[in-house]
Design a protein around this ligand. Structure first.
Ligand SMILES: Nc1ncnc2c1ncn2[C@@H]1O[C@H](COP(=O)(O)OP(=O)(O)OP(=O)(O)O)[C@@H](O)[C@H]1O
Ligand SMILES: [Mg+2]
Length: 327
């Protein structure tokens, strides 16, 4: 098998408050191949954004700290780089489209300038070349009349256009890996489909690898090649999209799929998973889903399940995976 482009090995994020450590992301490991789209799913608060910010070494300053064995991008361990080296990688080889584009675009700078700034910094282009490339990028992400739009400010753009502009800013740095954090959540269905198609085209045309963060399994089913499911700071299941979505092995994944609105009716029959995810400072010591799992046994409550391969393309962190209970 080829060496993956990105290899995340036991990455954790810890919050320190009042002298106490709370683990928000717990020993996350996954890989991403060149040109692969990985859908990272999980309920609100499961740690998707923090995990990706940690791998970019872009955690908000303050009480949060990350540690891990390695985050290797094309063989380089990002955790060993100094701040300058990391800055060059970030925006260069590794880009992120943030969950809320409005707060990550500069309101006082026209959109074209924000894109060309990255191009100048990371692609060594002249001011004029960068401006021309910025307009070309706006065209590629589907902004109508890009020449005129490049001179507009973010507040003059609609939500969908701001999202596209954020993608153009990230692409200006010519990344190998793009992390898109809920890129379609705030958008209506038509615009959502357009943005997802755009991301697929970028993968096909540029060979871009993508981590697509979403709480929406439908979005992941449409777009991703592989899926990683997070629950309460840990990965509970990951693997090939088709296998994970058609033959889930973790009871949490199965429950999530069960709660998805039916494609034909648009309603899920109001199915939900009983209970709530545990708060970060009150998570069970064994399987974190044990308090909500209908087949929880004492081993689940006491012992952390390690992630292990269940087929060639599927890993599950469950003591009693579903396939094993229904041979
Ligand atoms: N600075 C912080 N200090 C303490 N806890 C934090 C901090 N930032 C985030 N958290 C907590 O970490 C957990 C994971 O947050 P994160 O933003 O990664 O979740 P998420 O999966 O991206 O959720 P969403 O789908 O709502 O975006 C949450 O419980 C959140 O409250
Ligand atoms: Mg988030």
């Amino acid at each position: 098998m080829n060496t993956p482009l990105l290899q995340v090995d036991e990455l954790s994020v810890i919050a320190r408050s009042n002298g106490r450590d709370v683990t928000l992301v717990d020993r996350l490991s996954f890989t991403l191949a060149e040109g692969e789209i990985l859908g990272l799913v999980g309920e609100s608060g499961s740690g998707k954004t923090l995990a990706c910010r940690a791998l970019m070494r872009l955690l908000p300053t303050g009480n949060l700290h990350a540690h891990g064995h390695a985050v290797r991008l094309a063989g380089t361990n990002l955790l060993e780089l100094n701040d300058n080296e990391m800055r060059a990688i970030r925006g260069g080889q590794l880009g992120m489209v943030f969950q809320n584009p409005s707060s990550h675009l500069d309101p006082l700078m026209c959109v074209g300038e924000q894109i060309s700034e990255g191009i100048r910094l990371h692609q060594g282009a002249t001011k004029q070349e960068a401006q021309a490339l910025a307009i070309e990028l706006l065209r590629q992400v589907g902004i109508p009349d890009p020449q005129a739009r490049a001179k507009h400010f973010p507040h003059e753009f609609s939500g969908g256009m701001r999202q596209r502009a954020m993608i153009a800013v990230a692409l200006g740095c010519n990344p190998k890996v793009l992390i898109a954090d809920e890129p379609t959540t705030a958008l209506d269905v038509t615009v959502q489909a357009q943005i997802l198609r755009l991301l697929l085209n970028l993968r096909d045309q540029r060979g871009l690898s993508l981590i697509l963060i979403s709480h929406d399994l439908g979005v992941v089913a449409q777009t991703a090649d592989s899926v990683a499911v997070m629950y309460a700071g840990r990965l509970c299941e990951q693997g090939n999209k088709h296998e994970v979505l058609t033959s889930p092995q973790h009871p949490y994944t199965a429950a999530l799929i069960d709660c998805q609105p039916s494609r034909s009716t648009g309603f899920s029959g109001l199915k939900t998973i009983t209970g709530h995810p545990p708060q970060p400072d009150a998570r069970p010591q064994g399987c974190r889903f044990s308090s909500r799992c209908q087949q929880s046994k004492s081993q689940c409550i006491n012992e952390r399940p390690d992630s292990r391969p269940i087929t060639e393309n599927q890993l599950v962190a469950c003591h009693f995976p579903l396939r094993a209970s229904f041979p």
